[in-house]
Design a binder for this molecule. Structure first.
Ligand code: RIB
Ligand code: CA
Length: 324
């Protein structure tokens, strides 16, 4: 399956990137970045670093995308992901060896469907700014994507950015509204399912201690050690959620979007039209409406949590932390 990942590479995006790159079913054509969890320069840097640590001999192209939403002023989430998007490692993160692709994100997003024999899908795990611009630029190209899986929205659960809004849709509600009403084949992975299960602190610590690697918990300077970088990033991410809500661990929102693209049977969905509120106190709220003109997106309403955790264990936790 040819795949494009559009990410605001923060901590759970990084876990999703590891899952995608460790999945032989995927042929990752490109990773495109968008401002959200952190400024886009940092999201690009984080993506370059994670991809080259995973596949130094042939990392997928990483293309720099939108630095701010279509209309709104950018809001980032350093309290959740750290100032650098990977747990506040700040200057301890090594500098990536390879550079970003010379083409902007939207150019790759619209070019890729035309330049390959098989069909291509896309997972978006950040604000939908790049996708909205790509739709405006080349709607034919966007219609050529077989499936678009979007992590975003909250329907029957509280929001995580204010009382009703999910972060990705809150940051760029205009983009979310344009993309979700475009008629494209979109599957939404909302907080309703992504907060139904978490990677627990116990799982992370047990793996780290039982793994073959002896160099973690992360040393002060994690160097080019993916396990140490991810451990520190997840530790920061879990600390925030434990402090904020008493959760014992962290929600792997974006990894679930990738898992749903890999294994669609892992989720159950229902069709609906979705409108996103773009202003006022309900900004970013995702509303379910009856399908309009037959146009509907698929909203994930159920999850096989056991299957999800098995995929995380087999393709992220064990490979990274080396446990048997
Ligand atoms: O609301 C959760 C989503 O917002 C995740 O994609 C997280 O990485 C942030 O982008
Ligand atoms: Ca994200």
């Amino acid at each position: 399956m040819r795949m494009v990942l559009d990410m605001d590479t923060g901590v759970d995006d990084a876990v999703a990137m590891v899952l995608a790159m460790n999945s032989p079913e995927f042929e990752i054509e490109a990773i495109t970045t968008v401002a959200g969890n952190a400024p886009v320069v940092q999201c690009t840097r984080n993506s370059l670093l994670i991809t080259e640590l995973l596949r130094p001999w042939d990392p997928p192209p990483v293309a720099h995308g939108a630095c701010e939403p279509l209309v709104q002023s950018l809001i980032i989430a350093p309290e959740v992901h750290g100032h650098d998007g990977l747990g506040g490692l700040l200057d301890t993160l090594p500098t990536p060896h390879h550079a970003a692709d010379s083409r902007p994100a939207v150019e790759l997003i619209t070019a890729i469907p035309h330049d390959g024999p098989d069909d291509v899908s896309l997972v978006a795990s950040g604000p939908l700014t790049n996708l909205a611009i790509a739709l405006r630029t080349d709607p034919t190209a966007m219609a050529a994507y077989r499936r678009i899986v979007v992590m975003g929205g909250a329907f029957n659960v509280p929001g995580n950015t204010g009382p009703v809004a999910e972060f990705n849709f809150y940051v760029d509600p205009e983009a979310a509204s344009e993309v979700l009403s475009s008629g494209l084949d979109i599957t939404i992975i909302p907080l309703d399912v992504t907060t139904s299960t978490a990677l627990t602190r116990e799982t992370l610590e047990t793996l780290v201690k039982s793994g073959k690697r002896t160099d973690i918990p992360a040393p002060a300077r994690p160097g080019r050690n993916l396990a140490a970088i991810l451990y520190r990033a997840l530790d920061y991410y879990m600390n925030f959620q434990e402090d904020e809500s008493g959760l014992n661990g962290g929600f792997m929102h974006d990894a679930l979007a990738v898992a749903a693209a890999l294994f669609p049977s892992m989720i159950t969905t229902r069709p609906a039209s979705v409108e996103v509120v773009t202003s006022g106190p309900a900004r970013g709220r995702s509303l379910v409406l009856p399908p309009v003109n037959g146009r509907a997106v698929n909203i994930a309403i159920g999850l096989d949590a056991g299957a999800f955790h098995r995929v995380l264990e087999e393709r992220v936790l064990a490979p990274v932390w080396g446990s048997t």
